[in-house]
Design a protein. Sequence first.
Length: 385
Amino acid sequence: MRARSSLQILGAIALLLAVAVLIGRPGNDGPPLDPNSVGELGTMGLVEFMETSGVSVTRGIPAPDTDVVLVLRDQLDGSGREELLDWIRAGGEAVITDQTSPLVDTGLRDLVAGEDLAKGMCDIDGLDDVSELVGGSLALLEPVPRSQICFGDFGGAYIVRFPEGDGFVTALGGAIPFINRNLDEGDNAVLAGRLLLGETINGSERQSASVIYIPFGVGNGQRSATDLIGSNVRWFGVQLLVVAFVGLLWAIRRFGPIVHEPPVVELPGSLAVRATAELHRRSKTGPASAAVIQASLAARVRNQFRVSRDGDVEFGANQVASRSGIPADDVLQVLVASPPAPDTPTALKQSQQLDKIGQQLLHPAALHGAPDPSPSSSIREEQHV
């Protein structure tokens, strides 16, 4: 039965894993704008379009002899961005589709659907045959001084081209026209060819290009999430550790070494007598104290000598006497309840007698050679009770 249940559980787990694999997102989809992704939001189609056109495509910061760089998502660190900016100022051509990049000096003005975006005025050479762009939502950028625009006006345009040193930056309000799903729609592929292949923009076809894409949360810097913790919080944590260490040392010194004690500590019978008598003295029931002591002692003797509560009392007393050496009459005083004491002094004497017999029965070694209680101690106990 257990084997069958185990097989059913394993079968259910395997079925769930199979369903997750079938309906899950394909592993090659990748994040949006990923040049290695063949998903709808990837840009592998754009990379293959450039390669089939004869352009050698590399990844990362462009080499000095690279003709054009495409920045899909700018998550560069400070040094990487400075290196890219130096390459542009040295005469490079950069196409940046990340409108949040610090390399784009324009500001975001508006959002408009690609189908509703009119070409408007266009003073960028080579884009005469680009008349329709298809995209879900395109951002309009604010033109900067000495810039050229297309698909918009000076109040906001999708394409803004401006000089940077000896090079040029062509800023786009998003990469939606270049994703795999939209690349073959409208004139999106024509726009990509004009900007990246450079057939007519600078009068010569480009031979090499570089693509920069760094996903969100991924960088090549040396900092980690722990760097987000402020210095005051770190000092507070150090102080907590120091206080905890000092407190531990103080506790060790205060309590001293560990003392190993026996697991069971037996209280002397006289202390039990005193405690029970004191309890009943406070409640004004002195004779009941002797009854409590007798009942407790009888239960302990029966338990230690395995005497049945429902059996013959005399037979049980003889058994205890034969095993302990205590007279059977003394054992009977323990096992058989005595008549209630008339007053407290009598109850105290009965308790002392029962305690003495109990010590001989339960702790014979402890009382070996011990003297009988002196009259003075009995008087003190009587005065205490």
